[in-house]
Design a protein around this ligand. Sequence first.
Ligand SMILES: Nc1ncnc2c1ncn2[C@@H]1O[C@H](COP(=O)(O)OP(=O)(O)OP(=O)(O)O)[C@@H](O)[C@H]1O
Ligand SMILES: [Mg+2]
Length: 393
Amino acid sequence: MPVDLSGPLLSEFERTKKQFEKAVSAGDMETARRSALRCASLLRELARHVPYNGELYLRKARKWEEVAGQIERGEYGRKAVVSAEGRKTRPEEDEDDQFREYVLGLMAKSTITWDDIGGLSNVKMLMMETVVISALRKPAAIQPWKGILLFGPPGTGKTLLASAAAGSLNAAFFNVKASSVLSKYFGESSKIISALYEVAREKAPSIVFLDEIDALTTRRSNDTSEATRRMLSTLLTELEGFHEGESDKLVLTLAATNTPWDLDEAVLSRFPKRIYVPLPDKEATKSIIRIHTKGLDISRLDLDAIAEESVRRLYSGRDIRNLCQEAVWNMIREENRDLHKLASLPLEELRKRSLRTRPLEMRDFEEAFRKIKSPLTKKDIERYEKWAEEFGG
Ligand SMILES: Nc1ncnc2c1ncn2[C@@H]1O[C@H](COP(=O)(O)OP(=O)(O)OP(=O)(O)O)[C@@H](O)[C@H]1O
Ligand SMILES: [Mg+2]
């Protein structure tokens, strides 16, 4: 793994940019020019270290070099006057960069695979099919879903499924929480959505994951803000997704919600494919336990008994993961009673020792069960099932 230097470089860049601004306002143009060049070289350095932001940083680097050149020629500042008169303005470009930068910050490569997901075989199959159809060459008449809605109780693997779709395609994964875009860029969140799809097309194949899509709904309250409405309408347009000459670029939108009944018609109609991600049944629970105890000896466990109890308690995949972690900790603590005493040892000493383990026992789980409570009731589940029956599919 290469060392990630982007943090220190970015803060160095911020510092230098401040120096530049200070110098400009003090009229010290020679310092300003040198700071601008330093900014440019830091950005070029960043471009080398942060591959997926490379283009953006290079673009910015060139801008700084241009600024340095303008200062040298005594032109710097005159442009600003021009922009104040309303021609091609630099501030606007900077603003676009800011949105792109935010979007690029949401981008990741996922290493999750379909095998990391226990149960949900139908859901997995459906998503695999969609992903594959989207990627294959096909006659124009065959149009795969551009968007899939995943709905179900919290912790059932919706985010995991989206990550696996991205991981399996080695696609760029954009994880977008509607609520946080709205709170961070309130009046301008629709610009984020445009930037999002622009970058997603550039980086295709891409998976755009819109989490908490219900935050954009207009049904729940009548006073939905103008900003929310604009963001929603931009999103709906992007979902129509007609971009001339770019139809071969794979950009798949997956949306998730815990409250599908809050979604309004406009949103639902753009997601004709709606997949219910339910609580795990007994068999699914067993495979989720196996996934989250990988590398440990579980031969002494009565997996059926554990799975039955966890189904009875309405555990989600997340609850089951937490249950396994608790159980593992119970085992670790029992086997390594003096663990805390080693805290004073230097790291090299610690590296020489290894953690004692033993096979997991039922008692580890019995204790763990007491700590994990599902927030769900039977009634909640019925509500999901009813919605799935009526609107799912
Ligand atoms: N089917 C599953 N197989 C394996 N692990 C799972 C499964 N479902 C959930 N988990 C575990 O629980 C964690 C949380 O799941 P995830 O974030 O996908 O839930 P979610 O449906 O997106 O929940 P929320 O609605 O709260 O966002 C996962 O990171 C994983 O560790
Ligand atoms: Mg999630």
